[in-house]
Design a protein around this ligand. Structure first.
Ligand SMILES: NC(=O)C1=CN([C@@H]2O[C@H](COP(=O)(O)OP(=O)(O)OC[C@H]3O[C@@H](n4cnc5c(N)ncnc54)[C@H](OP(=O)(O)O)[C@@H]3O)[C@@H](O)[C@H]2O)C=CC1
Ligand SMILES: CC(C)CCC[C@@H](C)[C@H]1CC=C2C3=C(CC[C@@]21C)[C@@]1(C)CC[C@H](O)C(C)(C)[C@@H]1CC3
Length: 462
């Protein structure tokens, strides 16, 4: 049985903070959805009106959400090209995840040693859908399961649209869809909470087991809840929400084309940038195995709601805003915005790939020349390259991209900058949480790293 009353420090303001967030997060999402379609689009004002239950609840929307989850789960269950092992767990075991068939990280030049990484072994499964898609030249060689799911979804949606599926009607359904997704997230989190009651102690997350039901429901008790090999957290983090986000963006673009004859340049940029971000996440899906969410956080309401509702319905806010508030954008400014996104992406991908390559194999020649410091755990810390510039260079790149996603919406409203503001707060808080964990893990060595690399996210500023 799970031990109650673990001594882990309470986060997010403890049970009170968790209870407030349980209500505040969905309320904020609905506020944003309502404000985006209202004339004044005032982020800080009251919502334009309070929707009636009939406007929120639709059995069709619930059916659509469940069908979407079913489709993504079916794609997740397609035979994997490879299986990767996650980080070592409390009981010294490692979980397996269906993963990319890529050879090493694409961003860094491939090296023979990465072909035989100890973390990856060839799957016994076939690669039916992948092979078929590659033969049809729909999938580049080297892409994997997650990316394959994106391409297969695009093909299915494309076929559906050709057969008369009214994709441009989706924006009208955003409210009931968001309501259904929230309902699913609540029920799902409850089931996860109950499942954790019978999980062995070794399967529990370091936080999320305080004994307070509201806090534990919010944070999540079990680290990697699974049924057989189906990993709920890994699936939710990468598939339905992220792919749903680009689908909503596409539907908004199509509706704009119907309304105004063609999509605006601003809408193209927002769609293109965010598709690149999602495509990149699915292409480099193995990298998610070293993120804080997978290694440290339990799977509860915060992540379930975040993955299934918050990401698709609030991350598509810029495209929603543009549909109702068209913004003229000239080529020169569009080029500058593209450059900003490219710089952000370069830093984000470079930093994440460097750390992942190093964690997979520290003697990989692509990172072996980088300076490191030793820690008492035997793991080393990079102190040159991207990780010698600031302690979270990947956050910096991500924030620069967030700015580029808002700029096409102009500067007349604060609403499209919501993502940038929320994301800054999220990453500053996340950085502080990570510092605490690293301090616990590495002690003096972490202090030495902080002295050597004094800035957290933005060089010479923060
Ligand atoms: N779009 C979105 O909504 C969100 C995006 N993200 C993005 O997800 C990505 C992952 O973020 P996150 O999981 O928070 O954090 P990181 O990927 O930065 O992982 C932090 C971990 O990296 C390791 N590490 C830290 N410093 C070093 C170093 N110098 N050398 C080697 N290893 C080091 C430590 O773990 P260890 O030593 O144990 O390996 C640390 O706990 C980021 O790019 C972030 O921007 C995150 C949240 C939300
Ligand atoms: C609802 C709350 C305010 C907080 C919820 C947070 C979640 C939405 C995010 C926590 C970490 C995330 C990551 C990504 C998406 C958002 C969430 C789930 C990520 C999958 C986005 C794409 C990136 O390339 C990534 C590095 C794979 C991200 C991993 C973390």
């Amino acid at each position: 049985m799970a031990p109650q009353g673990s001594r882990a420090e309470l986060e997010f303001g403890g049970p009170l903070g968790a209870a407030a967030l349980l209500l505040l997060l969905p309320a904020t999402m609905f506020h944003l959805l309502l404000v985006a379609r209202s004339g004044p689009a005032r982020l800080l004002g009251p919502p334009p009106y309070l929707p009636e239950l009939e406007e929120l609840w639709s059995p069709w929307a619930l059916l659509l959400c469940l069908t979407w989850l079913g489709l993504q789960a079916a794609l997740y269950l397609l035979p994997a090209r490879k299986v990767a092992e996650g980080q070592e767990l409390k009981d010294k075991s490692r979980l397996s995840y269906p993963i990319n068939g890529r050879r090493g990280f694409h961003w860094l030049p491939p090296h023979p040693s990465s072909l035989h990484s100890q973390h990856c072994c060839h799957s016994m499964y076939g690669e039916v859908a992948g092979v078929a898609l590659r033969k049809l030249k729909c999938l580049p060689n080297g892409s994997g399961q997650g990316f394959q799911a994106l391409v297969l979804t695009a093909l299915l949606v494309g076929l559906g649209v050709l057969a008369g599926l009214p994709l441009s009607a989706l924006p009208e359904m955003l409210l009931p869809l968001a309501f259904a997704a929230t309902l699913i997230a609540f029920i799902f989190s409850l089931l996860l909470y109950l499942k954790a009651l019978v999980a062995p102690a070794s399967a529990l997350a370091p936080g999320g087991n305080s004994g307070n039901p509201i806090y534990d429901f919010f944070l999540g008790r079990e680290l990697n809840p699974r049924i057989c090999s189906f990993d709920f957290k890994y699936f939710c983090e990468l598939r339905p929400g992220l792919i749903g986000w680009v689908l909503i963006n596409l539907a908004l673009l199509m509706q704009e084309a119907e309304l105004r004859g063609s999509p605006s340049l601003a809408m193209w940029l927002v769609n293109g940038f965010q598709l690149l971000y999602v495509g990149d996440a699915l292409w480099h899906e193995e990298a998610v195995l070293t993120t804080m969410d997978i290694i440290h956080d339990g799977f509860g309401f915060m992540l379930a709601f975040g993955d299934l509702a918050w990401v698709p319905f609030t991350y598509s806010l810029q495209a929603q805003f543009l549909l109702y508030h068209p913004e003229p954008l000239g080529l020169p400014l569009a080029s500058v915005i593209c450059l900003i996104n490219a710089v952000g992406y370069y830093i984000f991908r470079g930093a994440n790939s460097q750390k992942n390559a190093f964690r997979k194999n520290p003697s990989d020649p692509r990172v072996a020349d980088l300076e490191t410091i030793s820690t008492a755990t035997g793991r080393r810390l990079l102190v040159s390259g991207w990780w010698g510039m600031v302690r979270h260079p990947n956050y910096l790149g991500d924030l620069i991209m967030a700015l580029a996603w808002s700029l096409p919406c102009g500067v007349s409203h604060l609403l499209p900058y919501f993502y940038l503001l929320y994301f800054t707060a999220l990453l500053v808080h996340r950085e502080a949480r990570d510092e605490q964990q690293c301090l616990r893990k590495y002690g003096l060595a972490w202090h030495a790293y902080c002295r050597r690399v004094p800035y957290r996210i933005v060089p010479y500023i923060y």
